[in-house]
Design a protein around this ligand. Sequence first.
Ligand SMILES: [Zn+2]
Length: 168
Amino acid sequence: MKNPAWLGDPFAIKNNKIFLTKKVAKRLLAEAQEAFPYEYSALLAGHGATITAYVPMPNSPDKHVFAWDGATFLQALQHIRKNNIQWLGVLHTHPHTPPIPSARDIAGWHYPTLSYWIVGLASAQPAWRVYQWVQDGNSGSFEARDYTLIEAACDDEETTGSSPPKNS
Ligand SMILES: [Zn+2]
């Protein structure tokens, strides 16, 4: 079955190499540090294998990234679709632990086509990791992937959940 246009497949091309603009990385980190000591999470979006935008997600009461309520999640996806970009992954922070997927992370994520980012904030320097879910029969696991920071090609793809709706 073919994915809908808004659902990306960043690992399908370019040898599993994924790209993130420096601007988005910087903003994500700033928002993540602002949320500290609480967990921060966001949907990541862009084109192909390049993340150029993000939609911040509200902290859920139990502080777990995949307990986003359905309406908020659908709204974020709709925002991505309206901006003609693709959903390419998710990011969340581990404020007090290394950027290694927890048992709950593993139980809650089975999207092999999307990228799964964790930023560890417990170390002196923030530690960024990106993983891909690899399904193997009935089980699966996260495998670490490489990523490359790039300069933004242009500014007009940027979007956040708090930006006002565009009038045409
Ligand atoms: Zn986690």
